[in-house]
Design a protein around this ligand. Structure first.
Ligand code: NAD
Length: 501
């Protein structure tokens, strides 16, 4: 039997082996194992941490402008190598190439924002906080930081993390998803080409053993995590218990409210992309429509049915396809199981994507778009994150009922409202208990110079990902107060607390 090509770790600027366990990386469009992935053991992860630890003093001392220049150069290399990165991404994740390009572009925008770090790190200064006393706050790097990322944005989510961490003067250990690790590794190699010194960015591939090593090692100061809620909760609790700063972004179940006055045709177009784009494997996907009034619901369901019939499902490498396969066979079975359960629990399956065949790709993990009507709050397909091409329509009588439903859900990542009524939109954005809100925008994913984060059980921690919050997350504030008494001036002893009284 032919041995599959092996994916290595990137430690101290070198591609290295480490660990004796392997997993397989599949092409989801064909169902074939294409590569094998070395799973790092504790010793390998400790080598990566040691490399990041050793690289830290020199990198911390490198001027912010020189650090930022590496990011500018990396942006250029990412643009030049976009086709290769996206081909790898599609081969392992399955998403269509156009979608991969969109993901990469959002990642590049984070690199671009990280190149503004010298401006963002300027700090705060106050002259004469007391007589002849000046005070300032500066934002110092933390040391070794780490990131653990999910399968669904294998290029973009790592770029939410390490460019800003590194631009702020930290060093980094990345543990990408074991399901589609190659594109993140290629991007890290490009960062070395861009001028990052060895050890500043290390990549270890692996599973729980690698993650647990990062969580327990005293040299790691902060951990960024993005993934499912049960693991996010575990990472947050364990990381905090080990004295680390942690931000852990979890799962989602995003509702789109459609008001009776909405432009239904536009809402339907927007919902198609938001529900079925990337096969529904986005934490900002819309898996639920909350239609206000039966007439609205009927119009939305009818419109979606027409649009779903036009969708092309097939391998992501074919640019004419709208939707590729799910990421793994296991995930495919899980999503199909949710559809079975929805039927068993009494929701109306209006469009059934089970049993779809893609000629020439019979072993691929393809599931066609599924559409449910009459989804109810008690149902499993309402409560749980499906993370597949399954959209459910719910019917309510007014905006307050829609908002109560959304607020009662355990997740609070994203939501949106389709309406032409400014008052309703303003009330919705003001009161809804969700972190990212769209008005006639189905995927309100903040741009790189804002920050990304949900509420409730969609985020554990105080600071969101990327944007201004990332500068705060990857630095600690130090406030310095200084006085230089004039020579010969005798200062008296003061026993009262210094103040401006
Ligand atoms: P996952 O939680 O299975 O895996 C995420 C990471 O955690 C991977 O690197 C994995 O190796 C690691 N991991 C898995 N099990 C672990 C364990 N028991 N102990 C330690 N580490 C473990 O998530 P996934 O399936 O890769 O990604 C999909 C999930 O990510 C969805 O729930 C989605 O909503 C969420 N997500 C959230 C956001 C967000 O910003 N909130 C963004 C993207 C994805």
């Amino acid at each position: 039997m032919q041995t599959l090509p092996t994916i290595h770790h990137l430690i101290d600027g070198q591609l290295v082996a480490g660990g004796s366990r392997y997993s397989e990386v599949f092409n989801p469009a064909t169902g074939k194992a294409e590569k094998r992935l070395l799973l790092a053991d504790k010793t390998t992860v400790e080598q990566a941490i040691a490399s990041a630890h050793a690289a830290y003093p020199a990198w911390r001392a490198t001027t912010p402008l020189k650090r930022a220049r590496v990011m500018s150069k990396l942006k250029q290399l990412l643009e030049e190598n976009a086709d290769q990165i996206c081909a790898l991404l599609t081969a392992e994740h399955g998403k269509v190439l156009g979608d991969a390009m969109g993901e990469l572009q959002r990642g590049i925008e984070n690199v671009e924002y990280a190149s503004y770090a010298p401006e963002l790190l300027k700090g705060e200064h106050s002259r004469n906080v007391g007589t002849a006393v000046d005070s300032w706050s500066e934002f110092q790097s933390l040391g070794v930081t780490a990131g653990i990322t999910p399968f669904n944005f294998p290029v973009m989510v790592p770029l939410w993390m390490w460019p800003m961490a590194i631009a702020c003067g930290n060093t980094f250990v990345l543990k990408p998803s074991e399901r589609d690790p190659s594109s993140a590794l290629l991007v890290a190699e490009l960062a070395l080409q861009a001028g990052l010194p060895p050890g500043v960015l290390n990549v270890v591939n692996g599973d729980k053993e690698a993650v647990d090593t990062l969580l327990h090692d005293k040299r790691v100061q902060a951990i960024s995590f993005v993934g499912s809620t049960p693991i996010a909760e575990y990472i947050y609790a364990t990381g905090c218990a080990n004295g680390k700063r942690v931000q852990a972004l979890g799962g989602a179940k995003n509702h789109a409210v459609v008001m009776p006055d909405a432009d239904v045709a536009n809402a339907v177009s927007a919902l198609m992309g938001a529900a079925y784009g990337s096969c529904g494997e986005r934490c900002m996907a819309i898996p639920l429509v909350v239609a206000v009034g039966d007439a609205t619901a009927d119009a939305v369901v009818a419109g979606l049915k027409v649009e779903i019939a036009k969708m092309k499902v097939g391998p992501g490498v074919d640019a004419s396809n709208d939707m590729g396969p799910l990421v793994t066979r296991q995930h495919f079975e899980k999503v199909k199981g949710f559809v079975d359960q929805g039927v068993a629990e009494g929701a109306t399956l209006v469009v059934d994507g089970r049993g779809i065949k893609v000629p020439g790709h019979e072993e691929g993990y393809f599931l066609g778009a599924c559409l449910f009507d009459h989804v109810k709050p008690g149902m499993t397909i309402y409560q749980e994150e499906i993370f597949g091409p399954v959209l459910g329509v719910m019917r309510v009588n007014n905006l307050h009922e829609a908002m109560d439903l959304i607020d009662a859900h355990e997740y609070g990542n994203g939501t949106c409202i389709f309406t032409r009524d400014g008052e309703a939109a303003r009330y919705f954005t003001d009161h809804i208990q969700v972190g990212m809100v769209g008005v006639n925008v189905p995927l309100p994913v903040p741009v790189a110079y804002h920050s990304f984060g949900g509420w409730k059980r969609s985020l554990f921690g105080d600071l969101s990902a990327y944007g201004p919050d990332a500068v705060r997350f990857y630095t600690k504030r130090k406030t310095i107060t200084q006085r230089w008494p004039s020579a010969g001036v005798r200062e008296g002893t003061a026993f009262s607390f210094p103040s401006n009284r």
